[in-house]
Design a protein around this ligand. Structure first.
Ligand SMILES: [Zn+2]
Length: 436
């Protein structure tokens, strides 16, 4: 046996699902190899030499033989329990967990939390198969476990994996987490121009009047006068953003919408101006598919040359598992849609990219998920009320959490929110994001 190999002892059920989590946690992230052994005991044993970590197997004990037999009321986590992490003394939560403390001895660690079942719960987004949807057919965020319990601003999967790492360090087996922090700036190109018509902007003015944001109305009017003076549209800044990313040594992703209709883009992808713009930006950055609503993926991809490998759904509208199954069948290899539209933080509980597991088909797939940590309009809405200082403080929390685990800070800033009067005061924050 190689010196850095651990043995995992488990019951024989749900092995493909468990192996997905172990492959990811041990082989990919901690660089610890493992062998699987079957036993009758209910708990999972993780053995290194003569030392053992014991862990409950609560999630998979409740998980029926097939996905179709799941009764969500029986499988969903109850209220989270609070524990003290024995290595950092910080609070750690358990969603599938026992009522006992951590017990750390020289050769034995008893962990009350079902760590691998919980990681499976977070990464697969299994709850999103069962929760109700909003008007845009998105899963209601407020019903999601992490939001419901105000736990969404911490990456719990990373916290759990660090705990496992610390347990094995305690046993004398250090891991080699070779990751480094990275910033991945992304832009969803929903609109290329604000002032397409002379009436453009009126709806916004109406909204601001209604919501008593009168200083913003004046800003908007000044904005429009500026436009008529110099014809420089405030949404027309894709090249400027691309240059800023490049100056900071970053590769951004620009997601273009291939469908021009009321529910999607306000531009035609095939227009020579758009094609030239994509070509220019594509020299240093990636061009991705911004998945349009209500149109087949195959048809959308045909509008690109070459076909993109990365995608993000417009309105972050993902339907599990269909959207991802379609994506895989069309050779999409990376998705950037898993983020919140009304909150900031970690929807999959993680700040690393990871392979998507199709729970219906019960198999790991080739699709890689890059969770979105923060979208600018989710920090405080389309017309932010908090001042730039507060805006930065809220955002910084997410950056600090991501840095702590050497994760990917994937953020989205629309080109429509860089140069308008309303968003101009927040531009320095966008700049700080890319200077991290
Ligand atoms: Zn969009």
């Amino acid at each position: 046996m190689a010196i850095n190999t651990i043995e995992i002892w488990t019951q024989a059920s749900h092995l493909s699902a468990k192996q997905y989590v172990w492959d990811y946690c041990f082989s990919e992230i901690l660089d610890i190899s493992y062998t699987i052994h079957i036993h009758e005991a209910k708990e999972i044993f993780l053995k290194f030499e003569d030392k053992t970590m014991f862990m409950p197997d609560i999630f998979f004990e409740r998980y029926p033989k097939t996905f179709h037999q799941i009764l969500w009321d029986e499988l969903q986590p109850q209220n989270p329990k609070s524990y003290t992490n024995p290595f950092t003394q910080e609070e750690i939560i358990g969603l599938y967990a026992m009522d006992r403390h951590f017990d750390v001895k020289e050769k034995e660690i008893h962990c009350p939390i079902d760590i691998f079942g919980s990681i499976f719960f977070f990464l697969t987004r299994i709850e999103e198969y069962f929760l109700s949807r909003d008007a845009y057919e998105r899963v209601d965020e407020d019903q999601q476990f992490l939001i419901k319990h105000k736990l969404h601003e911490k990456p719990w999967v990373n916290i759990y994996m660090t705990l496992v790492e610390n347990c094995f360090k305690h046993f004398g087996l250090p891991s080699k987490n070779l990751r480094s922090f990275s910033v991945i700036p992304t832009v969803d190109v929903d609109m290329r121009h604000k002032y397409l018509k002379s009436t453009s902007g009126l709806k916004e003015i109406g909204y601001l009047f209604k919501n008593a944001r009168l200083s913003l109305v004046w800003d908007l009017i000044k904005d429009k006068i500026q436009y008529f003076k110099n014809k420089k549209d405030p949404y027309d800044c894709l090249e400027e953003m691309a240059d800023m990313f490049k100056t900071n040594g970053l590769e951004g992703i620009f997601f273009f919408l291939p469908i021009h209709d009321a529910a999607n883009a306000t531009y035609e992808l095939s227009h020579p101006e758009v094609q030239a713009q994509m070509e220019g930006i594509g020299r240093h950055h990636d061009i991705g598919l911004h998945l349009a609503r209500n149109h087949s993926l195959e048809l959308q991809l045909e509008k690109f040359q070459p076909k993109p490998k990365k995608m993000r759904a417009h309105f972050l509208k993902i339907t599990f598992p269909n959207t991802y199954q379609d994506a895989i069948s069309q050779d999409i290899s990376e998705d950037y849609s898993l983020g919140y539209h009304h909150h900031i933080g970690f929807r999959s509980g993680i700040c690393y990219d990871y392979p998507w597991f199709d729970i219906r088909a019960n198999q790991k797939t080739m699709l890689r998920i890059f969770p979105l940590c923060l979208m600018e309009i989710a920090v405080d809405g389309y017309y932010p009320k908090i001042n730039p200082n507060e805006f930065w403080k809220k955002s910084e929390q997410i950056i600090l959490e991501t840095k702590k685990y050497n994760g990917n800070f994937v953020f989205l800033w629309h080109n429509s929110n860089l140069k308008t009067a309303i968003w101009r005061p927040y531009r320095a924050i966008f700049e700080r994001f890319i200077e991290q």
